[in-house]
Design a protein around this ligand. Structure first.
Ligand code: PMP
Length: 433
């Protein structure tokens, strides 16, 4: 009998292919000398080397504690870390745990917040279920949704974040199409959105809970609040989370990470949800990995316990503030001469969202991207990746994917690299103006 070489991959496999993140990383590797304003890495020089070293030394000076860290942990994460996370959350919200309605049982530690996003998608979404997102939004999460076969519907966004009137009318339209029962969640990066750098206004943070509850007719529609950048605030007011306005704690699921504010290499993130949702996530995580890296959790717990963490975040804010200012300054220097080029001034986070005139496309195959990477040796993230493909709710009204934006990050390059990168990018753009 002939041996068949065919591999029958799962449907899920076919939904996750040609991921833009892999292409971007490959371009970085294949084109040495390219200055990346694309890579979502954090600042290399300010990584907490001595805090982490001291945490390891302190942990290993106690052989009992060291053995505990070297052993398997629990699926939900170390209890002592979860207690510290509860305090961390109350510090950030300026509200007590009782006021927030959160206990350690609502908290799950994950391998970065990316794992929390992905687990949540797995336990809430069946193929064809709907997630509403801002346009633009975090493109890696769009990939996760796509990989689950979910329908992604974009909602209009302005300078105060997702528009609540558009959200409401989208849900109304979905109901009229008999699709409301497929709507499972609304995804929001409420602080310093990746990629736009915009934050959702306080007014809308309060309103969105009402909108989600108004349309929770057949089942609960959750709000997934991704606060990955919450602690990287450089100026302007620090806003309360959407979760802090959710009195019962049943509508909003919040996720945060220590990747941006401490060290992504530790891969520690966490999420807060109702006990029912926690149980579902914990069961899924139990199947996947029965707990995130125990050692990392012990190291982070040490930094939080010794109060070294907050000083480090203060220091990081000053580092990134300077880098953000440098990118904005360079934009002024090199781009203000071009007509129809503008950019957003972010009050926090790691990104500057730049818009070119509509006739200049920025996608991977565009002449601009190809010239930038091969000739000018600079790389950015094409803005079109941050828009859902399956947009809009009826084909006559499909919002067009905008193709003239670039996501620029000041995270990974140093000051000279940012300046040089912006100069190179302006050289690339110049030829298309
Ligand atoms: N959410 C957003 C908006 C992000 O930008 C990122 C990382 N770039 C994540 C979540 C996930 O980060 P991590 O898994 O490192 O916590």
């Amino acid at each position: 009998m002939a041996l068949s070489n065919e591999i029958r991959f799962s449907k899920k496999r076919t939904w996750s292919h040609d991921l833009p993140i892999s292409y971007l990383m490959q371009q970085g590797v294949e084109n040495p000398g390219v200055l990346s304003l694309a890579a979502g890495l954090v600042d290399q020089n300010s990584l907490p080397v001595s805090i982490t070293k001291n945490a390891f030394e302190s942990l290993f000076s106690d052989s009992g504690a060291a053995r505990e860290a070297l052993q398997y942990g629990t699926t939900a994460g170390s209890l002592s870390l979860r207690k510290l996370l509860l305090t961390h959350l109350t510090n950030l919200e300026q509200k007590s745990a009782e006021e927030l309605g959160v206990t350690v049982d609502n908290l799950i530690v994950t391998t970065g917040s990316q794992q929390y996003l992905s687990l949540l998608g797995e336990v809430l979404l069946d193929p064809g279920d709907i997630c509403l997102v801002a346009a633009p939004t975090y493109f890696v999460f769009l990939g996760v949704l796509q990989g689950l076969g979910a329908r992604i519907i974009s909602v209009d966004t302005d300078e105060s974040g997702m528009r609540m009137d558009s959200l409401d009318s989208t849900l109304e339209m979905l109901e009229s199409q008999g699709q409301l029962d497929r709507v499972k969640m609304i995804y929001l990066v409420s602080d310093y959105e990746n990629p736009s750098g915009l934050s959702l206004s306080v007014e809308r943070r309060k309103q969105v809970i009402g909108v989600a509850q108004k349309w929770s007719k057949q089942h609960r529609i959750h709000i997934l609040e991704d606060l990955a950048y919450r602690e990287l605030c450089y100026d302007g007011p620090v806003l309360p989370s959407i979760r802090s306005f959710d009195k019962t704690g049943e509508t909003v699921i919040l996720t945060q990470t220590f990747s941006k504010s401490f060290a992504p290499g530790l891969r520690v993130g966490f999420g807060v949800a109702s006990k029912q949702v926690c149980a579902a996530i914990s069961d899924k995580k139990g199947n996947d990995d029965f707990g995130s890296t125990n050692m990392s959790q012990h190291i982070l717990a040490n930094a939080l316990r010794e109060n070294l963490y907050y000083d480090h975040v203060d220091y990081l804010r000053s580092v990134y503030r300077e880098k953000r200012d440098c990118m904005l300054d360079s934009a002024e220097t090199y781009f203000s001469k071009f007509r129809n080029v503008h950019w957003i001034h972010p009050r926090g986070g790691l990104y500057v969202w730049m818009t070119l005139s509509e006739s200049i496309e920025t996608g991977f195959q565009s002449p601009l991207f190809q010239k930038a990477i091969h000739q000018d040796k600079v790389m950015y993230v094409p803005g079109e990746l941050c828009y859902a493909f399956d947009q809009g709710i009826d084909s006559s009204e499909q919002p067009v994917i905008q193709k003239n934006h670039m996501r620029l990050t000041f995270g990974v390059q140093n000051i000279e690299g940012i300046r040089e990168g912006m100069k190179r990018l302006s050289d690339a753009v110049k030829s298309f103006i």
